[in-house]
Design a protein around this ligand. Structure first.
Ligand SMILES: Nc1ncnc2c1ncn2[C@@H]1O[C@H](COP(=O)(O)OP(=O)(O)OP(=O)(O)O)[C@@H](O)[C@H]1O
Ligand SMILES: C=C(C)CCOP(=O)(O)O
Length: 274
């Protein structure tokens, strides 16, 4: 596979861009920070896991199993470590520009690793940085505004946009954290995603006995089994993930590394949430 420029010369007027956006519904995939980094060691990649995930993505695109794909990755030991050090979370903001630079800088470093490894495999991956695009309304859990024009147009032009958890301008609070899970929900709803996949270190959402729950359609039924993350995590771990995915129209799956290739082939993997 080569870059998208081989297929199209690039849109140079608004009609072209609009045509490009009106394509097949994309698949939205989150690569969890706990999968692609060593979450307990600051700014440490799990290179083998990232390679395996990038192989699966490249293979699925090359085989035509997935036509349009938007990728989001989490923070792992890059974003969460700095956010926690500066006391910033999805609800606690900062007005310290150095803190914002630390969190955003770490996420851009992780994003660069993800992009490099995807592009090495022929995936036309390009960055979309939420801090430059998004805003959160005032109040705890304030609505997230994520303009999707750039992502939709990139998809239409044959690219694979790669977003990431990041800092986000927040009315009345400075800058808070936007999690990759929130971005997945915004992308899936705004782009009319076909399917949503969340790939993490666990094989699915686990019940009280540690077994994978096949399907979840209401939060209360599984609330007791859902904890936060094992590692430093400022955005709520598995409980927040399930809550957000339940709000989607598109079917979502939560799975581990072994579920990624089947998910991308269109099969069920891990826990189905709808
Ligand atoms: N019932 C549960 N089933 C599965 N995982 C659970 C459950 N309760 C808590 N967890 C925790 O949730 C973690 C997955 O959420 P986490 O947010 O850490 O993953 P991630 O999305 O890969 O990371 P990041 O937020 O850095 O992107 C698991 O590693 C596990 O520790
Ligand atoms: C901590 C930061 C900046 C990113 C949070 O994104 P997540 O890992 O998807 O929860």
């Amino acid at each position: 596979m080569t870059g998208p420029g081989a297929a199209r010369g690039g849109a140079d007027d608004a009609d072209d861009a609009a045509d490009s956006e009106a394509g097949a519904p994309p698949v939205v995939l989150k690569l969890g920070g706990s999968l692609i980094t060593e979450k307990d060691r600051p700014e440490t990649l799990d290179g083998d896991a990232l390679d395996a995930a990038c192989d699966a993505v490249a293979d699925a695109l090359a085989a035509g199993d997935v036509d349009r794909l938007a990728v989001v990755h989490g923070g792992g030991s890059f974003g969460h470590h700095h956010a926690s050090e500066h006391g910033v979370s999805t609800t606690a903001g900062t007005r310290d520009a150095d803190a914002v630079a630390a969190v955003h800088g770490a996420m851009k470093r992780l994003n660069a690793h993800v992009l490099d490894r995807l592009r090495e495999r022929g995936v036309p991956a390009v960055p979309v940085h939420p801090l430059s695009l998004a805003a959160r309304a005032a109040g705890t859990g304030g609505d997230l505004d994520l303009p999707l024009g750039s992502t939709a147009t990139l998809l239409g032009e044959g690219f694979v946009p790669v977003l990431h958890g990041d800092g986000v301008a927040t009315a009345g609070d400075g800058v808070t954290v936007v999690s990759g899970d929130e971005l997945v929900v915004e992308l899936a709803a705004g782009l009319g995603a076909r399917r949503v996949g969340v790939c993490s270190t666990v094989p699915g959402v686990l019940d009280g006995d540690g077994d994978v729950i096949d399907a979840i359609d209401e939060f209360e039924a599984v609330a007791d089994a859902l904890g936060a993350s094992d590692a430093t995590d400022v955005s709520g771990g598995m409980a927040a993930k399930v809550r957000e995915l339940l709000a989607l129209d598109a079917p979502a799956h939560v799975f581990g590394a072994e579920g990624l290739a089947p998910f991308l082939r269109g099969e069920d993997a891990g826990t189905r949430i709808d």
